[in-house]
Design a protein around this ligand. Structure first.
Ligand SMILES: Cc1cc2nc3c(=O)[nH]c(=O)nc-3n(C[C@H](O)[C@H](O)[C@H](O)COP(=O)(O)OP(=O)(O)OC[C@H]3O[C@@H](n4cnc5c(N)ncnc54)[C@H](O)[C@@H]3O)c2cc1C
Length: 353
């Protein structure tokens, strides 16, 4: 009985194997051959080379040069021939003023500005950037000296002593003095030899300044003056190939600078003051020059918005312009552009008042 069962199982197994082989070859033989090979899979897109990794590959460990930023938008245009400039927003950063020829991004320069567009140039060619249209009705129209006009919604008065003529309502602490110097076109030589230390400093192109300036005291007293007063702060400074000898300051009562003071009298006073420092310097031949210069009584300049005149700002009356302007000009620009809070100016105590 058991040998009969074993024989049946063997037959069944062999039958199943025959069926499997028949099914395999049936499928192989009956399936039609493909007419064309399937299209190859698309290759993955090439990766943008990483400049930092590429630089490191060649042994550089510092940051590789940034790629040129091409996202430049125009926020404002000032078309004035070779003095043209444009306010540009580069890669979403705060707006910045660029003058003709200035590099906007690495390898890209501002090359032209017209009334409605700016042109930048790079090795890849020129690109015209159009300014967005701006409402004219709400703006300020500036009359340009060479002719023509320019409309803008933000104006900064930075005309020194000329500010009051443009904005008569400026606070009274903004005033102007007359400043005069001897402007020698060439540097004096040491012939005849002088024993004066100040002469030697002048020839050596060093700056000589008074230990105690009198000008700030005169400016502080300006509001209470009943008649004009002048002082001399004797000193010298190289200028180009020449030499400036100065300076005389004249302050008048009131807010009007008036007519220029009589130049011969001013030069005589200046030379007398210089003679107290160094007679040979005071005798040097050179033309006398004088200009009106703005100042603020109290020392703090006017930097901020003018009340009642939306879009009109003032930037004038510096006591020490060379130190103050490089700090305050970018700050005011940021406030106007809306990227800094106006309280930044109040914090410095320079708001008009
Ligand atoms: C002899 C001398 C030495 C000085 N030495 C120093 C020093 O060592 N350190 C220091 O910090 N400061 C010094 N100063 C002061 C400094 O020069 C001034 O504070 C500074 O020049 C002020 O700059 P500003 O641009 O506000 O005005 P300004 O230099 O007076 O410039 C105003 C400009 O506006 C122009 N303007 C006027 N009206 C108009 C108008 N309606 N339209 C268009 N443009 C107009 C004027 O022509 C001028 O070019 C010195 C000044 C003098 C006179």
């Amino acid at each position: 009985m058991s040998s009969k069962l074993a024989s049946s199982l063997i037959h069944l197994t062999l039958f199943a194997a025959v069926c499997a082989i028949a099914a395999y070859w049936g499928v192989r033989i009956l399936t039609p051959q493909p007419t064309a090979a399937p299209p190859p899979l698309a290759a993955p897109p090439p990766r943008e080379p990483d400049p930092v990794l590429a630089a490191r590959m060649f042994g550089q460990v510092q940051q590789a040069a940034a790629r040129t930023v091409s996202n430049i938008q125009v926020a404002g245009l000032f078309a004035a021939g070779k003095d043209s400039s444009a306010v540009l927003v580069v890669d979403g950063k705060p707006p910045r003023v660029f003058v003709l020829g200035q590099e906007v991004t690495p390898g890209t320069r501002l090359v032209d500005v017209t009334g409605d567009h700016a042109v930048v140039e790079s090795s890849g060619g020129r690109m015209e950037l159009r300014a967005p249209p701006r409402p004219v009705a709400a703006g300020w129209r500036l009359l340009l000296e060479p002719g023509g006009s320019f409309v803008t919604d933000q104006v900064v008065l930075a005309a020194g002593a000329g500010c009051r003529a443009l904005a008569p309502d400026l606070p009274e602490r903004h005033r102007a003095s007359w400043a005069g110097v001897l402007a020698l076109p060439v540097r004096p030589t040491l012939s005849p030899p002088s024993t004066s230390p100040w002469w030697r400093h002048a020839v050596g192109r060093r700056i000589v300044q008074p230990r105690h300036w009198q000008r700030p005291g005169l400016e502080r007293a300006a509001a209470g003056l009943a008649e004009e007063r002048w002082i001399v702060d004797a000193g010298c400074a190289p200028r180009g190939e020449g030499l400036l000898l100065g300076q005389i300051t004249l302050v008048r009562p009131g807010l009007d600078t008036g007519e220029p003071p009589e130049p011969v009298a001013m030069e005589t006073r200046l030379r007398q003051g210089l003679a107290a420092l160094d007679p040979p310097l005071a005798a040097l031949p050179g033309p006398y020059r004088q200009v009106p210069v703005a100042f603020c009584t109290g020392g703090l300049p006017l930097v901020g918005p003018l009340p009642g005149a939306p879009g009109l700002w003032v930037f004038s009356g510096f006591g020490g312009a060379f130190a103050q302007v490089p700090v305050l000009a970018p700050l005011l620009a940021d406030v106007i552009a809306g990227v800094a809070d106006g309280s930044a100016l109040a914090g410095l105590g320079v708001l008009p008042g």
